[in-house]
Design a protein around this ligand. Sequence first.
Ligand SMILES: C[S@@+](CC[C@H](N)C(=O)[O-])C[C@H]1O[C@@H](n2cnc3c(N)ncnc32)[C@H](O)[C@@H]1O
Length: 394
Amino acid sequence: MPHIVFNNEKNIKTPFEKNGVDFKFCAKSYNFTKEDRRVEYKIGVSYENKEFLLTLKDKNDNRMLKADKVTRVTPVTLVKDALNAYVDEIGANIIFSNTNSFNQKIEPKKEYLKDIQYFVDDFKTNKEIQIEIGFGSGRHLLYQAKKNPNVQFIGLEIHTPSIEQLLKQLKIQEIDNVLVVNYDARLFMEFIDSNKVGKIFVHFPVPWDKKPHRRIYSNEFIDEALRVLMPKGTLELRTDSRKYFDYCVELLTNLNSGKITIDINKDLEVSSKYEDRWKKQGKSIYDVVLQCQREDEDIDLKYDFTFGKINLEKFKDIISNKPMRDENFFIHIEDLFLLDEPNSGLIEVTFGSFNRPLSKYIYVENNKASYYQGTPLPTSSNIKAHERLKEILK
Ligand SMILES: C[S@@+](CC[C@H](N)C(=O)[O-])C[C@H]1O[C@@H](n2cnc3c(N)ncnc32)[C@H](O)[C@@H]1O
């Protein structure tokens, strides 16, 4: 990441503007852990309609200015300009700078690649939805999408090269009913309305024999799948792993009600890359399909993430750096940065689910708090964590 090392002791007063970059505030670390930590500043920047923080800290006898990790922005040239504007303003004596190596890259247009926020704010369809989890080479997803042009497909993957490959194929084959998301499938379903999905395919998931907590299937996953599935919709597992199959069958047969179909060595119309490999090795393929037989209540994706009036002075005296854990979420106050004005500063916090923790800053100005760079995604763990944070900060 771009950074600049310089040797100028001068601290400057905010707010100020330099070369089109607005420097809004400068908050100083409170060192609440009481360890002998070096002083660090978070500088609030607003530039080209984006807000982000810069970190200023000591480095040997000099100072280093760089982007704050939590509030990353793209393109990286925004950070580069902000760093250069800051050192320009203070007339710093620059010892090292790598900002020249960060020049803007032009991204190809990826209209079918969607950010998770899109599913919170904008995603609406009257079509049936079908989801493929871990599409890999995409063979099955492309086949299904071509065969069912009236279905809106969503492909979930965490492996970036597979995503790139699928996006290329969508373009080449002129397929326009697939949305692709780079997101953990275990958490994605939270953003889909209830009773809207016809099929969820989980084909050859990683069995994670040694790390079962990383498996796609769990009680929580099955419950969320049933919520998004329409009545008669199906959750379809296909695997070569007998162990994974047995584990899933056990989870599914522990449900209070439902219809389950099991097949061994069933042929599908399309065979995936993994499937070909296992078949060549003479392995058996197992299918277990759960049919949904219930209708669920709608969920609220428009959750209000505001805070009431908070008391930063009181909070600063009781703050602890031990994580608070609950059954489905945790909160860890990482750091606190104070502004010169009373009851104003930044709280750095990590919270939410254990699988996908979220790092955020809460900006406080005269007792009024808000999430810096926008609110968290309304996952159930984030909502629960926010409710608890509100209590703590009161
Ligand atoms: C063994 S491959 C199977 C790929 C494809 N379904 C097939 O049959 O050829 C498993 C795929 O699941 C993806 N994957 C693993 N965990 C995931 C998760 N939590 N969310 C989304 N995708 C995941 C992996 O990146 C990998 O591409």
